[in-house]
Design a protein around this ligand. Structure first.
Ligand code: GLC
Length: 445
């Protein structure tokens, strides 16, 4: 096969993955492991659909926002198709979101959130629509605009009570990087008796090898937190006021919020709305990230643990994500690039393997196979690729683009990949791996 036939075949296989996972209105991340709709997955998935099926891209986001709570929050899981066989834990019976008056009764949802990359996906849909699709895409953007604004308003109102400009998250699952070592110091501080929730059975280790998944002691803490929230009826003021043990100002979450506000400003301009409030909020968040989350010693950004008032000095790739929202100035970007090129993250031209590792390869917590503790993820590479392009670092961006294209061809449409060997791990036939591959292949068609 020549290169263009290979691209066509790869595109075809990626579309097949999405077709299998499409449930007539939304896309599950992976049939066995994640059988419902996940919030930030849907935005990445819509970005892939935007390249060849705008209607589906729109339906994907519409169905997610059909479960938006009346207070504006967008839940992290929507159980459109929940079955009582409890194939996923924790399911709707455990979340009991009906304890909050703003939660929809149908479809049922979880009670926490995920990173806000949805406005970015909507703008991507508009940009991919071309001249002939522009009118319809703008109509869709107009329909989504108030919902996106309500979502961002909720985040700033409920998750930034001190008005700092950065919002906090209350659970590792809100970060999207569920099992990252970033949460180790916070979870270790939590005093949860072992097997506290002996009545529950984990489901996540049925389809994926246990050594690639979180430990039971972590799961006890995840569930303890969910119980803490449901006891307080998912009322954010109570959760904060009663001393939630997990309150973290996360770099990736705030970066995506900042970028989403920039993209709202652009959507506002296209729709004839006022972009100024969105520009102002984006600037405020960028300034706060630069002021509070920059780690000058390491040369990239670090999360902040609000419950103990300390930075979290764990070396995660997400510390470089602010490039995606053009948050660092040139000098900081240069410092960050120098770190990215070292063997820690593996982006240097002379370094072998499949960058970028989600965690510092030289740190003791690093594991090339365990979820979020080192493997390369397609969506992290996609964010970083765009970030590097924004600073004109085209060679390194190109290396990441090539890796996005090579990994699924080599390791299958897996959830994550060994950064040393390229071997695939985690869930099989994973939707955003397919969708973002489609997005980058289309750039070159
Ligand atoms: C895992 C990931 C999270 C993702 C979810 C569904 O929990 O850590 O980011 O949204 O799977 O794919």
């Amino acid at each position: 096969m020549n290169a263009s036939q290979e691209t066509t075949a790869l595109l075809q296989s990626a579309r097949e993955v999405l077709d299998e996972n499409w449930k007539d209105g939304f896309t599950v991340p992976a049939q066995n492991q994640y059988p419902y709709q996940w919030s930030w997955d849907s935005a990445f998935i819509a970005a892939g659909y935007a390249r060849y099926d705008r209607e589906r891209a729109q339906r994907e986001l519409r169905s997610l926002f059909s479960a938006q709570w009346a207070d504006g929050r967008v839940p992290h899981i929507v159980f459109h198709n929940a079955t009582p066989d409890a194939s996923y834990f924790p399911g709707p019976e455990f979340w009991q979101t009906e304890r909050n008056p703003f939660a929809p009764l149908s479809p049922r949802t979880s009670g926490i959130v995920q990173p806000p990359n949805h406005a970015t996906a909507v703008l991507h849909i508009v940009r991919c629509a071309g001249e002939e699709g522009e009118k319809a895409a703008l109509a869709f953007a107009g329909e989504m605009f108030p919902k996106l604004r309500a979502w961002h308003d909720w985040l700033y109102r409920e998750r930034d009570p001190r008005g700092e400009g950065v919002v906090y998250i209350i659970h590792p699952w809100e970060s999207g990087q569920d099992n990252s070592p970033l949460w180790d110091p916070v979870l270790a501080r939590m005093d949860v008796p072992p097997a506290h929730f002996s009545g529950f059975r984990r489901r996540d280790t049925r389809a994926v090898a246990p050594e690639e998944r979180p430990l039971d002691s972590d799961y006890d803490r995840y569930i303890f937190l969910v119980d803490f929230f449901r006891q307080r009826g998912y009322d954010e003021r109570k959760i904060f006021g009663d001393g939630c043990p997990f309150l973290v100002q996360d770099v990736l979450f705030n970066t995506l919020l900042c970028r989403a506000e920039q993209d709202m400003a652009e959507l506002a301009r296209l729709l004839g709305e006022n972009p100024a409030p969105f520009e102002a909020r984006a600037r405020r968040t960028a300034d706060a990230v630069n002021r509070k989350l920059w780690d000058g010693d390491r040369g990239y950004y670090a999360d902040y643990d609000l419950a103990s008032e300390k930075p979290i000095p764990m070396p995660a790739l997400a510390g470089f994500s602010p490039l995606f929202a053009r948050i660092p100035g040139e000098e900081r970007a240069e410092t960050m690039l120098r770190r990215l090129l070292t063997p820690s993250f593996g982006l240097g031209a002379e370094q072998k393997g499949y960058p970028a590792s989600s965690y510092d390869r030289e740190a003791p917590e690093y594991s090339p196979r365990r979820y979020w503790r080192g493997p390369t993820w397609i969506q992290m590479n996609w964010l970083l690729m765009h970030g590097l392009r924004a600073y004109g670092r085209n060679d390194q961006a190109e290396r990441l683009r090539r890796t996005i294209a090579e990994l699924p061809a080599k390791g299958g449409f897996r959830e994550y990949f060994n950064p040393e060997t390229g071997e695939g791990h985690g869930a099989h036939r994973f939707s955003w791996t397919a969708a973002l591959l489609i997005d980058v292949l289309h750039e070159q068609l």
